[in-house]
Design a protein around this ligand. Structure first.
Ligand SMILES: [Zn+2]
Ligand SMILES: [Zn+2]
Length: 282
């Protein structure tokens, strides 16, 4: 990578994109699916003044557009701009809405509801009046998906975001995340006493989950379900009773050690999580 080209301040980077012609150039290269010559790109953007076009194109080259063998194409940063436009986090404002999900509450069978407001999804049971999850969700992700698909889309999104954070990578800025067991958090619902929190060292983005949702990825837990006919890749986490019950027990305060039991068909699997988030099967 040419660091001279990349060493641009955030203000300058964003101001580079604040122009219709430049966004048009990036979109034309994305739609083309192959490198374009200057004249091909100029025709597709449809600007009448080639001098103006050249000026704007040159502003993008080196950062959002790559020039190679006399043609233009999108580098990774250009695709990220397209991704941000399509996911709509910055460009669309989805209206607040409540969706009745095709997913029963495991405790009372009422259909779960998802409220969407200010790019946040809150899944709750209206009868038990219990919140299942709350998470950020880009408005563009609603496009082309009908309401039947929402439970799975929400759940996959949440699980993958959490999985990236637990793997040490921030989805927001790709910085390093660090995780810990926490006994105090603004995210706690009334009965929760302990959870797992991941914080990005760079952008300070947070992800908070129950101890159950953290151990859900452990191979022993995956195998325990699989042996009892449940594929955790298919199964919605909102239908797992042991996970909803959120029954973690603190074994030691200093250092923190937590125990969590996975229960299925009368069988039990107990795991511990220590303050370094190491999981062990008891
Ligand atoms: Zn309920
Ligand atoms: Zn970050």
């Amino acid at each position: 990578m040419n660091t001279d080209e990349r060493d641009v301040s955030p203000e300058k980077t964003f101001s580079l994109l604040g122009n219709d012609t430049r966004i048009g150039i990036i979109q034309a290269l994305w739609k083309a699916d192959e490198p374009l010559s200057f004249s091909e790109l100029y025709d597709r953007v449809g600007l009448s003044d080639s001098g103006q076009f050249n000026y704007h194109l040159n502003k993008l080259v080196g950062l959002f557009v790559r020039q190679k063998d006399g043609k233009y194409e999108l580098p990774f940063a250009g695709f990220r701009v397209i991704g941000a436009i399509l996911s709509g986090t910055y460009t669309q404002r989805a209206e607040p809405a409540t969706y009745e999900l095709d997913l029963p509450c495991i405790k009372c069978e009422t259909r779960l509801e998802a409220e969407y407001d200010e790019e946040m999804v809150t899944v709750r049971c209206p009868t038990c009046n219990e919140q299942r999850s709350a998470f950020g969700f880009p408005p563009g992700a609603f496009e082309g998906r009908d309401v039947d698909e929402l439970p799975q889309t929400f759940e996959r999104w949440l699980r993958n975001v959490f999985s990236m954070m637990t793997d040490g990578i921030c989805l927001n800025c790709s910085g390093r995340t660090v995780g810990s067991l926490v006994t105090e958090s603004e995210y706690f619902e009334q009965e929760a006493e302990i959870g797992v929190e991941f914080v990005c060292e760079r952008c300070n983005d947070h992800a908070f989950g129950s101890v159950g949702s953290y151990i859900l990825q452990h191979p022993a837990v995956v195998a325990f379900h699989y042996e009892r006919g449940i594929d955790l890749c298919e199964q919605s986490a909102w239908e797992l009773e042991w996970l909803i019950d959120n029954d973690s027990r603190i074994l030691s305060d200093e250092p923190l050690l937590v125990e969590h039991t996975v229960e299925l068909d009368g069988d039990e699997l107990t795991l511990t999580v220590n303050d370094e988030l190491t999981v062990e099967v008891e």
